[in-house]
Design a binder for this molecule. Sequence first.
Ligand code: ADP
Length: 403
Amino acid sequence: MTYILVINAGSSSLKYQLIDIDEEKIIAKGICERIGIAKSVLCYKPENGEQFEAEKPMKTHEDAIKLVLDVLTDKKIGVIEDMSCISAVGHRVLHGGEKYSAPVLIDDQVLEAIEECIPLGPLHNPANLMGIRGCMAAMPGVPMVAVFDTAWGQTMPKKAYMYALPYEAYTEHKVRRYGFHGTSHRYVSGRAIKKLEALGMKKEDTRVITCHLGNGSSLSAVKGGKCVDTSMGLTPLEGVPMGTRCGSIDPAIMPYLMGRTGMSAQEMDTYMNKKSGMLGLSGVSSDFRDLAAATKAGNERAALARELFCYKVKQYIGAYAASLGGVDAIVLTAGVGENDPFIREMILEGLEYLGMDMDYDYNKSCPRGKEVEISKPTSKVHVYVIPTDEEMTIAHDTAALAL
Ligand code: ADP
């Protein structure tokens, strides 16, 4: 048995999964919350046991990781004998700039590069670094791998990643499209390509559009297994509207609203990232389940939010079909894509001209949590629902580099 610990560190939280990579199984998972704040909580769920939750002091990410190791090795509720059972640690890292187009074994140079990318990921990169340094202190000598969210977008051609701003914005300030959700797009497009290969296609000929639709949402155009375009940009704000993010808007709205309301640049940033999207439009919630309930109860703004979301996703699918010169498969994934058949139908209806023939009854009745095809077997374009698995992908990347 080979165990890999996968860590996703936020500024005050640390999510973890212990994965048996040989069996491709999650052995235990959980989250530490309110790190550095009063009343920190450790949550732990072993594969075959009860969920355990306890208030424990955690001043730093190092304290949190030590508590995670304690509970994983606990005589009563633990799942491993001791820390030496963990062969390697994989860290999700938000921003690797233009330096990393693939996962990398962490050394001093990598730490420096993640630090250099802090201006590009000011909230996430410092948190990711705290997670890495905390693990290094608690688990000396254990190899660690960084898997970057931005790595996937590094294969985009220049015409796709450049903005039509003065060129110096790119050379002097690194302003370009990077794209995010990379691990998810890579995983689900890889699964779709395997299915197309089984149908007789060559990988290099495949044209796939992946739609990661969750609280944050993005799409990616994938040719021959490589990303040729993706909807998020310099930051995760660009692209389709999301739970609380506005997605692409006329950039002149910002100075216009700032002038009229007196909002600062920082306040404008919060307005677009935290108060907009489904939440701002509906005034109800950022959660698609709440929007569905409100729509049913006759709330017109909730209905508008859902319609607008689906319309924008549909437009991106059309745009990416144009970028790819046609499409062989469309993949829907993440919280909304995997669970909301009504949103899927609203997105896909009217796209038949691309060559798809949908089975909307099966779209409604298909099992959740499984890979399914919701287009008819005769459809030229295959439409798949594929549950994303970022942690397992990070564990595989980690094993490939560290073992
Ligand atoms: P994140 O972007 O935070 O990783 P997820 O991929 O977990 O998000 O997606 C979370 C979103 O998925 C929630 O905001 C919710 O709107 C949506 N969601 C989850 N389950 C359902 C469901 N059964 N029906 C509709 N939407 C759902």
